[in-house]
Design a binder for this molecule. Structure first.
Ligand code: PLP
Length: 395
């Protein structure tokens, strides 16, 4: 997830524009800002790049998920179907909306299994929230078809998959809304930032208002703007937006390099009989931020992951033990530990997560290793890396 690896004069120039005007706020100050609208420009360019009608840039990917849930009307009493392999932010956003996360199985795409969704649907299900993990895609068309048939809202967490596509269509554009993260370790970064995209003007208007205290952003006097709905502050600053704008313009170059580096390493691993690869429904649409693969079983996966650590193959993740990305270690979520009391109704509606069993997801995650793909690797470094990787398999 390498945007930070390639900061250069373009990012500096965009940030300088902002500092020279002194306007760090994304709205208003029309004269003082001398034509520099970094957040607004980012939104227009992101929507255009991804083929969406509208985009809204906000303070984080977590904020983007909360905005999407609010704008789509998902809240108290609703159930949202989520995968157990994601970053905890997906689950936090659902709980913070007052809705109940209902976990369904993943498949070998490492994302929600369309066949796992149907049994998780109840009369309270309002939305499905697939997460396009590690730069690649869920079986999104099948999931969309199911949501359409059942009348469910589809929100895509594409926080880790900006620029990835399925059959030529950007991830994030299949559902009612798509969410992205531009935090410090994402494919492109704002430092901290996130965005929603949508083709629905009304959803966009709600999102735009919700993220800024309900402001309707009509007219040029902020004090006189209307407030159609309650909102909050999920605004991004112009400084963060400026960094992101320069990064967004590098997205295609980043994807090209990632794909080439990933291919070289994948080709090398293809010769190892005990290794099989994560299923990618449309290989040409993979954003290639990670190379994920399966070992025959948990014991072998643990041994190989340990071997990578000892051999100095950096950026490798054995998610099954990871505290952030797989449900197995999320004791705070399983026990609904919160800083303040959660609404009584929400507690009543949540299932006993501690008793939840996801055997298919466990079987997949316990044999999975993912390797980060970096932009800055030289050909020599990639060759050395492959040599170290091969050494681990032949030990
Ligand atoms: C799948 C997923 N969803 C949501 C988020 C939250 O994004 P942010 O860190 O910008 O809040 C992340 C960040 O890692 C993520 O990986």
């Amino acid at each position: 997830m390498p945007g930070f690896e390639i900061f250069s004069k373009e990012e500096k120039k965009e940030v300088e524009d902002v500092l020279e005007t002194g306007v760090l706020f994304r709205y208003g100050f029309d004269q003082a800002r001398q034509g520099h609208w970094k957040a607004k420009s980012f939104e227009e360019e992101l929507a255009q790049r991804l083929g969406a009608g509208y985009g809204h840039l906000c303070s984080s990917g977590t904020a983007a998920l909360s905005i999407a849930l609010a704008a789509c009307g998902v809240g108290a009493g609703d159930e949202v179907i989520v995968p157990p392999f994601t970053f905890v932010a997906t689950i936090e956003a659902v709980l913070n909306a007052g809705a109940v996360p209902v976990f369904a199985e993943i498949d070998e795409t490492l994302c929600l299994d369309p066949e796992g969704i149907e049994p998780a649907i109840t009369s309270r299900t309002r939305a499905v929230l697939p997460v396009h993990m590690c730069g690649s895609m869920a079986r999104i068309e099948e999931i969309k078809q199911l949501c359409d048939e059942k009348g469910l809202i589809l929100i895509e967490d594409a926080c880790q998959a900006v620029g990835a596509t399925f059959n030529g269509k950007a991830l994030g554009t299949f559902g009612h809304m798509g969410c992205f993260s531009f935090d410090p370790v994402k494919t492109i970064t704002c430092g901290e930032g996130g965005a929603i995209i949508t083709n629905d003007r009304e959803l966009y208007m709600s999102a735009d208002a919700y993220a800024d205290h309900g402001h309707d952003h009509i007219g040029n006097d902020r004090g006189l703007e209307g407030h159609a709905i309650l909102g909050t502050n999920f605004r991004i600053s112009e400084l963060n937006a400026a960094v992101g704008l320069a990064q967004l313009r590098k997205l295609d170059a980043i994807l090209e390099k990632q794909r080439s580096h990933k291919k070289t390493i994948k080709d090398a691993l293809s010769g190892i009989s005990e290794v099989s690869f994560r299923e990618i429904p449309d290989k040409s649409g993979d954003s290639a931020t990670f190379l994920s693969f399966f070992l025959p079983d948990e014991a072998r996966a643990r041994k190989v992951a340990e071997g990578f650590g000892q051999a100095g193959v950096d950026g490798c993740f054995y998610w099954y033990d990871n505290n952030w990305h797989y449900i197995r270690q999320w004791n705070h979520i399983k026990n609904l530990k919160s800083a303040a009391k959660l609404p009584a109704k929400l507690l009543e509606n949540c299932p006993e997560y501690n008793r939840l069993e996801l055997p298919k997801s466990d079987a997949i995650m316990s044999k999975t290793i993912s390797m980060l793909i970096k932009l800055s690797w030289t050909e020599g470094e990639i060759s050395q890396r492959i040599e170290k990787i091969m050494g681990v398999f032949t030990q």
